[in-house]
Ligand binder design. Sequence first.
Ligand code: ADP
Ligand code: MG
Ligand code: MG
Length: 904
Amino acid sequence: MASRDTASVGHKWVYDFTEGNRELKDLLGGKGANLAEMTNLGLPVPPGFTITTEACQAYLASGTAPAELAEQITAHLTSLERAMGKRLGDPSDPLLVSVRSGAKFSMPGMMETVLNVGLNDASVTGLAAQAGGNERFAWDSYRRLIQMFGKTVCEVPGEEFEHALDGAKRAKGTTNDLDLDAADLRALVDTYKTIFRKHTGRDFPQTPREQLDLAIFAVFGSWNAERAVLYRRQERIPADLGTAVNVVAMVFGNLGPDSGTGVAFTRDPASGAQGIYGDYLANAQGEDVVAGIRSTVPLQELEKLDPRSYGELLGIMARLEEHYLDLCDIEFTIERGKLWMLQTRVGKRTAAAAFVIAGQLVDEGLIDLDEALHRVNGAQLAQLMFPRFRLEHDVAPLAAGIGASPGAAVGKVVFSAERAVELAGEGESVILVRRETSPDDLPGMIAAQGILTSRGGKTSHAAVVARGMGKTCVCGADALDVNVRSRQFTVDGQTVREGEVVSIDGTTGRIYRGEVPVSPSEVVRYFEGSLDATESGDPLVQAVHRIMAHADERRRLRVRTNADTGEDAARARRFGAEGIGLCRTEHMFLGDRRELVERLILARTDADRQEALAALLPLQRNDFVEIFREMDGQPVTVRLIDPPLHEFLPPLEELAVNVAVAQERGQDAAKEEALLTAVRRMHEQNPMLGLRGVRLGLVIPGLFAMQVRAIVEAAVACARDGQVARPEIMVPLVGAVQELETVRTEAEKIIAEVVGDSGVEVLVGTMIEVPRAALTAGQIAEAAEFFSFGTNDLTQMGWGFSRDDVEGAFFWRYLELGIFGISPFESIDRDGVGRLVRIATEEGRAARPGLKIGVCGEHGGDPESVHFFHEVGLDYVSCSPFRVPVARLEAGRAAITTTGSDSR
Ligand code: ADP
Ligand code: MG
Ligand code: MG
């Protein structure tokens, strides 16, 4: 950090717009860098200068401004005054300026802008005279200054000014601020000054330079405003960047009907469609357009009002697109027929527009396909894959909250977790409505189709847990008055009672009464093959098609899927999966097979056990045949059974009750009693760390052998039918090479025996999901033909917390505190768990060159994590069928990304 008397000597703290450029966002902030860029393009930007983020950092670190800052500001102000031919706040012909914050990333919660700095009781008269005697304009500008300065620099409650303004309009019998004349506005200035004095204990500052300095330091200080700090934590924006301050000569859109102000996009930011989109407001200043004070007109109307400025604006917008090679948004003002550009940046857009625009820019020859791929991302693609509400007409929503976890959910409202569980158990689809949720609500959240709360933002408990579960959630719908006790909520005079149906949209945050029909998105229909990209006239589908094809061409990572059934496997293949990275065998022990599993567990002799296993064998074999058929020659990694066996038995409490009841009635409960004894015997304090995975295979004789046999027999059966099957047998939860060797020796015997001359090739490998396995990967690789990182368990064991217990209990708090920016179960923890992955990959490949390595935890479908796995050099990622396209896209992006992207 620059200290006042050493590093700051001779340091440049202030840049004129002619000195900067768009590359200097770190130093000049986004707004300042782009103002400089436009200035240098020769576009009509009012002159001005930018005080650097470094000055802000120095100010915040030491509590005072760097020594030469004041001098440098004076020097730049003087040359600004010279350029404009006016002096700041000169009573006869005042120069006025705006003071605008502008960090590297645009950030809500920081100080906004103060316009008209330099006005005071004297210069307001000069301004009127210079504006051809337009007194109304001058007093309007002055009252705006007091209002903005009071609110943002001195923290006077904004409502007080608004009430006063409303009062003036009411007295005049109007709702339009244009109906207030010079005398009204002059009176309003007096009222505003009184408000200012009441809240600050001082008079509104009359010295122009003092106004300027106070505004600049207020911008600096706002970097540490509570909301800004919170926002940075959530968005993982470093806390020490600081903000720049832009001082810009004022131009006036409120000088009369031939003046005005507007905002515009060079393409439609919602759909991406070509053409200009914007709003214009005549005779208005700055924020009036967005503040909704008066109704704006579509930008196209400007063509009639001021064809010359309109033409010039269109030309500039085309120029900006050519220069930035992207959609730009702009702010402009027209002062008496003269157009001024006040801001531009590469504009925010919806997910759909991102794809469409990237495709268009390729067509227009402005960017290549690599760049198009770089400009979209997996999160956007995932958004395009959620089912959507099909709103027949313009159905008005009941209310809107924050779209916290996307999706479209329809169900009966319930107000407690118990009721949610109860109704869901009856097969009803429910929406859990709460003021806010707590860990106690977890069972209800799991049972519900969607979650709706009236409080809390994107990091509230409800939002975090819902996102973790991939469940639709709308939070912070504060218009809803939720009454849990009387089981109803009211909104806008309407009452919705328990059992009534609502539809919630987790993307837009909208809440509808009744059932809104949902349909799969076009993009999903395209992936599924029911919509042809070339035939479809949908520009979105065409753009997705092209960009995905390019991603597939570029990516080095293969993408597999996690699928346990033939049906899942088939869907994943349509989505582009190139194999199964994780086929869990647990479900093959459920349903009507429970009986067999119980026999296996209760077996007292080897013969009993062998009999139970022999009965399971053909069932498992059939399951595998089905999956191998679907995958048609692609590799299929089958994980031998992982969870503790007692998970397949009835719960302890239930058994205990049954036994007690039977004994009471004198009935024969021998079987139940035996089960109860077994469950009691197998009860574990901490099943996550108990008898599961390879440990189970080593303890229950014949269990793994049966599974291996079923897999290999299925593969051989396929081969006999002329179909290639490529099984990869995966041993879970290995921590030591000896465990794997023991299983492997037994498996190899069976493989040799069953394969015979069928030509089937079987690999035996292991999951790396216990930290010790990662740390001894060199040894383990001696016995493993492949590795697959089970990053769910590796994260649990790496951090030492159990996912089921922590996500609902305290993750929201950790996120709030910024201990992590995102749950490590959602996105790989690069520094910790990721380090284990790196070590295991390096040491595994050192011991066995060419070792095939993949990942099958949920991270395989997470964009950030995919980039990490690409960097580490894995061969493939495996994820749920629905995430396969996302992983393909991100694997492509990872392959072309050479520098870290810092777009936000
Ligand atoms: P934000 O980042 O909130 O958009 P800005 O600094 O861009 O804040 O300013 C708010 C409004 O004031 C915008 O409409 C902007 O165009 C307008 N504005 C800023 N500086 C000037 C100026 N020098 N002359 C006229 N209008 C200005
Ligand atoms: Mg702006
Ligand atoms: Mg595991």
